[in-house]
Design a protein around this ligand. Structure first.
Ligand SMILES: *[C@@H]1O[C@H](CO)[C@@H](O)[C@H](O)[C@H]1NC(C)=O
Ligand SMILES: *[C@@H]1O[C@H](CO)[C@@H](O)[C@H](O)[C@H]1NC(C)=O
Ligand SMILES: *[C@@H]1O[C@H](CO)[C@@H](O)[C@H](O)[C@H]1NC(C)=O
Ligand SMILES: *[C@@H]1O[C@H](CO)[C@@H](O)[C@H](O)[C@H]1NC(C)=O
Length: 259
């Protein structure tokens, strides 16, 4: 897993040198461009051609250019919901497009994501989901046309398993998410994994309702991470509900993560 993250990091460094060598560099405001050159020297990337046709561009999405800040030498200060060196849209995992890029083990998550506020059809408390889709470990409503209110065929709490996010990069202090379901941290939890170590964890409140929780991740800025949902018991009220992981993170696919 850490290896996967490392490979992506190496690929992004190659991409960085490609951009510098081909001289296709999109710069932000002039103040930032001077600093970007310093950054290039720091990365010891050799440019073959001097870039003649530099396109001047400001921070995206109303971000403002700031000197200092991180090892990058500069940063765009981004409005909420935008992040990265150029304030592209922050990466988030809200399950509106499924979980195809998450890695699954076991059976706990085979019916995920769940459509709609499924527990309410059983007269249970609202899941407090974001959007239409979420991870409801006890639920079985994998499409809108499936019967509402139905639970996992193995029983709501019996199946066990893990669900691990793609790698993302931590670029600021705060990661937050909605979490609900069981409340036994030893058996059911969300984990933040950095460099193969579980560095943060959180569990629900023994209620189907998800509450927003956050992790202070300042000490991991610049590092790659993953979130893993863990259900390792068949005991009563051991399932996890989870949604809308977001914050100061950028996805490896975002071009601006090379900075
Ligand atoms: C940027 O600011 C302008 C003016 O306040 C606003 O109209 C526009 O929607 C903003 N753009 C973004 C992407 O937030
Ligand atoms: C982290 O972000 C969440 C969501 O915006 C917010 O509720 C929480 O207060 C933030 N935590 C800190 C320490 O800023
Ligand atoms: C949860 O995190 C805390 C603090 O890092 C740690 O002491 C504890 O062992 C973790 N628990 C589990 C079950 O991972
Ligand atoms: C957790 O559950 C208790 C009891 O139902 C409730 O009073 C409390 O507000 C909940 N809070 C959070 C943040 O989980």
């Amino acid at each position: 897993m850490a290896e996967t993250c490392r490979r992506k990091l190496e690929a992004s460094v190659l991409l960085l040198s490609f951009f510098f060598q081909s001289g296709i560099i999109i710069l932000i405001s002039s103040e930032c461009s001077v600093l970007l050159y310093e950054t290039m020297e720091k990365y010891a990337v050799k440019r073959r051609n001097s870039p003649q046709s530099l396109q001047q561009q400001r921070c995206l999405n109303n971000g403002t250019c700031q000197a200092g800040y991180t090892d990058k030498g500069f940063s765009c200060k981004c409005p909420y919901g935008f992040t990265g060196a150029f304030c592209s849209k922050a990466c988030s995992f809200d399950f509106e497009d499924g979980i195809a890029d998450w890695e699954m083990t076991g059976r706990a998550f085979i019916y995920q994501p769940t459509f709609g506020d499924n527990p309410t059809y059983r007269r249970r408390e609202s899941a407090n989901l974001q959007g239409d889709w979420w991870i409801g470990g006890a639920e079985k409503r994998p499409s809108e046309s499936d019967t509402a209110g139905v639970q996992h065929s193995n029983g709501p709490d019996v199946p066990q398993g893990t669900l691990t996010s793609p790698c993302f990069r931590i670029v600021g202090k705060n990661i937050s998410f909605l979490i609900g379901g069981g409340c036994d941290l030893g058996n059911v939890r969300a984990e933040l994994i950095v460099d193969n170590q579980v560095v943060r964890n959180e569990t629900g409140n023994c209620s189907e309702t998800m509450f927003r929780k956050s992790w202070d991740v300042e000490e991991f800025i610049g590092q790659y991470a993953q979130v893993r949902l863990v259900d390792e018991s068949s005991g009563g009220y051991v399932h996890i509900n989870f949604d809308d992981l977001k914050g100061d993170i950028i996805c490896p696919d975002d071009l601006d993560e090379i900075n």
